[in-house]
Design a protein around this ligand. Structure first.
Ligand code: F6P
Length: 364
């Protein structure tokens, strides 16, 4: 008979629809093997202050797969290798508390950790694996920028929400002959903007991988006008940037954050388009709406498959690996390998070509 394991799971980084489905699948797959499962609250925080650990049982997780967010909580400021702590002088400084996490993990006699996160959280997981922690990674992010997997869960839901919003904006933009500039998340990857923009019949799509020229955008809008199409929908990724220019950022935000906070490009473009074309223009930011609510069926199933596969990976002893979708199967690939790949939209890929064939302007 195989060993009765004691495993734990945490969710780190920005939340994404499907996190609860992973938690449900991990709990059920472990329970059906007579293993014990624990949930670590708020990323790695629960392994620093161990009163933040809860027992997971079938009763606790039953039906949570359809619910957005994460019952374990999450943070994108909780890197134990660089934790903001208050020093004796009352100032915040970054300290390496990873040994405390390792000590607690061993003291609690955990056999494995399932770390669910994007590139930042999985990089932390990989560093713990190098310190000797048996870790399995599960890739999540609405941005879909994780290498090594065809897709991450959360992305399909984010694209669906963005597409529905764009569909709705057509009628109001048309009624007022306006330009609507819609900003979507995605950090330095344009997948959400590209997929929702094409599906939502946008006139212009701007992504980080194809730097734009404002003149090209205005030419497209005025050309539409000449052909009797008096309104326009511009979908812009938060990380889009002008040729030779830079992204618009709000700085690094809170102490201990790994990434800068992007945002503001839609407002900038809307004003600039209005100034140059004389057309009425409005901007809107979909922001965190893309991360909220119930996962699509695709994301729910992918998350459940990832969760169950993570438990199988533990059973096989395949640590420091990440579960990944290699369609149609779930594969297990070394975490270090996946983290070395930055996934971005291919400007010459078929999705961009589809957009171009449909007459969509990419601002280049
Ligand atoms: O990585 C996921 C993501 O939603 C990005 O698309 C976005 O830039 C960032 O997180 C926002 O982070 P926060 O929730 O800290 O504002």
């Amino acid at each position: 008979m195989s060993k009765r394991m004691k495993i734990c799971i945490n969710t780190g980084g920005g939340d994404a629809p499907g996190l609860n489905a992973v938690i449900e699948a991990v709990t059920m797959a472990a329970y059906n093997r007579q293993w014990e499962v624990y949930g670590i609250k708020c990323g790695y925080t629960g392994l620093l202050n161990t009163d933040e650990i809860i027992t997971l049982t079938p009763e606790k997780v039953n039906g949570i797969a359809s619910v957005g967010g994460t019952i374990l909580g999450t943070t994108n400021k909780g890197n134990p290798f660089m934790m903001p702590v208050c020093n004796a002088a009352g100032e915040s400084e970054l300290r390496d508390l990873s040994d405390r996490v390792m000590d607690n993990f061993r003291r609690l006699r955990f056999d494995a950790l399932v770390a669910v996160g994007g590139d930042g959280s999985l990089d932390i997981a990989h560093r713990f694996a190098e310190k000797g922690m048996p870790v399995i990674g599960v890739p999540k992010t609405i941005d879909n920028d994780m290498g090594g997997t065809v897709i991450t869960f959360g992305f399909d839901t984010a694209v669906s929400i963005a597409t529905e919003a764009i569909d709705r904006l057509h009628s109001t933009a048309k009624s007022h002959d306006r330009v609507m500039v819609v900003e979507v998340m995605g950090r330095n990857a344009g997948f959400i903007a590209l997929n929702s923009g094409i599906s939502g019949n946008a006139d212009v799509i701007l992504i980080p991988e194809i730097p734009f020229e404002i003149d090209k955008i205005c030419d497209k809008i005025m050309d539409n006008e000449l052909h009797g199409h008096k309104y326009a929908i511009v979908v812009v990724a938060e990380g889009a940037l002008p040729k030779g220019g830079d992204v618009i950022s709000k700085g690094t935000g809170e102490a201990g954050r790994q990434h800068v906070v992007l945002g503001g490009i839609a407002d900038y473009l809307s004003k600039e388009i209005s100034r140059r074309t004389g057309k009425d223009s409005r901007s809107m930011v979909l922001g965190h709406l893309l991360r909220g609510g119930s996962p699509t069926t695709f994301d729910r199933l992918l998350s459940l498959r990832f969760g169950a596969a993570a438990v199988r990976a533990i059973e096989m002893g395949k640590f420091d690996h990440m579960v990944a979708l290699h369609s149609p199967e779930i594969a297990m690939i070394p975490l270090g390998e996946a983290l070395g790949i930055q996934k971005r939209v291919r400007p010459d890929g078929d999705v961009v070509l589809t957009g171009r064939d449909m007459g969509i302007c990419f601002g280049d």
